[in-house]
Design a binder for this molecule. Structure first.
Ligand code: EPU
Length: 452
């Protein structure tokens, strides 16, 4: 089996219109902003909808590029995907005439691989490209493939594609992961809902988006349940039905705006905010001395100095380590690093999930941050730093949003190239920042022919 073979060797992604964010920093953010639906729940639910031929309706779907790519990918398979109004998607997978997920979809978005489990379970076969996605280190899919094989699938890897078959139905089994994987858990769970018999998934990812997916599957008639914090059990059903579901708010977006308020010395209230899902992150902000308070669905961050709240430059340094939920989300590591540039003293950052997710810190250094990257997983940040506007390049989605935060906090003007990466995962980010008083505009890059 040649599973490790590279797959992008002769693929050149099509040119996309590149965008630049122009940010004039130094203006405290003030006001309130609504949190959009969670990207990492919406994408999986769109994939899960192909488990049934009946219509599924999803609300609170974020209007982002990744969702658009997933909808297009489904349409290319012959699935009817309607978008009747903003934030609402309806999916009818009665006819699926093309069980092939091409490299074009996979190279744009790793989450396209979420179609493996549901297509295999419902139709018994699929050919699916090895995914690309963000450039944040080696991102293998071996755990997904091993889980499908454990469920009885036969999978070959040729020329960058997985050829997967399930003779008869998939069979329930014990799926055991060597490490916790969010999409691995979800793919195994989706496949198991239509398998014959009982499946136990352990250790199962505990991210809130996984539980939201479980809630949607239960509405579809799936017998799936989290029976222990790290265990999901599924009793396979012959068929599932259509369902309607309102997607949970995006905790990563909420965390990003919380840091934006803090580093600009602002005062922001987030509405529809997933307080319960941000536990560790709220603790991190609290330990750093950021005045943050949560009610049921509101998060308030005050770094304006009023009432004795700490201001940027006065925050406390921290040692942080990312981890699977309920640990500190790796997707919130980049914003947290921006926060730590405004702490008085030395902070240590341990990125335990992905390789190369600290590389973007070189861009932060160009803005005047005192950052030392020790190795692929460790960095030191000395603060407080006086950030200055700069000409910057966005390497991926989360680092890109974090460079925006740094630019909002910096003195002077920044021009951040590669803004289209941010649109993959944040709904109307510049409109939301503008509402909070930021000076930000999105421009088209002069030469739009540069590949992404
Ligand atoms: N891993 C493997 N083999 C696999 C799968 C994962 O070795 O087959 C490793 C990864 O390399 C990593 C670890 O397992 O070291 C955990 O990765 P995980 O599988 O949990 O990540 P993922 O499911 O691919 C999702 C999110 C990411 C988020 C991570 C971690 C989606 C679409 N993506 O990725 O979100 O960072 O979980 O929480 O749900 C983002 O939204 O910007 C983003 C990258």
């Amino acid at each position: 089996m040649a599973d490790a073979r590279p797959f992008h060797w002769e693929y050149h992604p099509p040119a996309v219109p590149r965008e630049i964010f122009r940010v004039e920093g130094g203006h405290p953010l003030r006001g309130s902003v609504g949190v959009s639906g969670a990207k990492n729940a919406a994408l999986k639910m769109l994939a899960a909808a192909v488990l049934t031929g009946e219509r599924c309706r999803l609300t609170n779907v974020p209007e982002i590029e990744d969702v658009r790519v997933m909808a297009e990918t489904l349409r290319d398979l012959g699935v009817v995907v309607d978008h009747p109004s903003a934030n609402v998607y309806e999916v009818s997978a009665g006819d699926v005439d093309w069980l092939f997920v091409p490299l074009e979809a996979a190279a744009k978005m790793r989450a396209s691989f979420m179609l493996l489990g549901p297509l295999l379970a419902r139709f018994g076969e699929v050919i699916i490209s090895n995914p690309g996605g963000d450039r944040i280190g080696r991102r293998p899919v071996d755990l997904h493939v091993d889980a499908m094989r454990a469920l009885g699938a036969e999978i070959d890897y040729r020329y960058g594609y997985y050829y997967a078959k399930a003779p008869g139905r998939l069979r329930g089994t014990e799926v055991t992961f060597p490490v916790v994987s969010v999409m691995g858990t979800e793919n195994a769970m989706l496949a198991a809902t239509l398998a014959e018999g009982h499946t136990t998934i352990r250790p199962a990812a505990q991210e809130p988006e996984v539980d939201d997916l479980i809630a949607f599957l239960q509405k579809m008639g799936a017998a799936v349940e989290r029976t222990a914090p790290d265990t999901i059990e599924v009793e396979g059903r012959k068929r599932l039905r259509g369902a309607e579901h309102h997607i949970v708010p995006d905790r990563i977006e909420a965390g990003t705006f919380a840091v934006a308020a803090a580093v600009t010395g602002g005062h922001v209230t987030l509405h529809g905010a997933p307080c319960d899902h941000l536990g560790t992150f709220v603790e991190v902000l609290d330990r750093a001395g950021v005045a943050i308070s949560c009610t049921d669905d509101t998060i308030e961050v005050d770094a304006s100095g009023s009432g004795g709240s700490s201001r940027p430059g006065e925050f406390r340094p921290l040692d942080i380590e990312t981890g699977p939920y309920p640990g500190l989300a790796t997707d919130l590591q980049p914003p947290t690093c921006v926060l730590l540039t405004q702490a008085a003293g030395r902070s240590a950052v341990h990125e335990s999930i992905f390789e190369d997710r600290l590389e973007w810190l070189s861009e932060l250094r160009r803005m005047g941050a005192d950052v030392e990257v020790i190795d692929a997983h460790h960095a030191l940040i000395d603060g407080p730093a006086r950030l200055r506007g700069a000409e910057l390049d966005i390497p991926d989605l989360r680092a890109g949003a974090s460079l925006l935060l740094a630019a909002l906090a910096a003195e002077g003007v920044s021009r951040i190239h590669g803004g289209h990466h941010v649109r993959r995962g944040y709904e109307n980010i510049e409109a939301k920042f503008l509402d909070l008083g930021a000076r930000i505009e999105r421009l088209q890059e002069e030469d739009p022919t540069v590949p992404s």
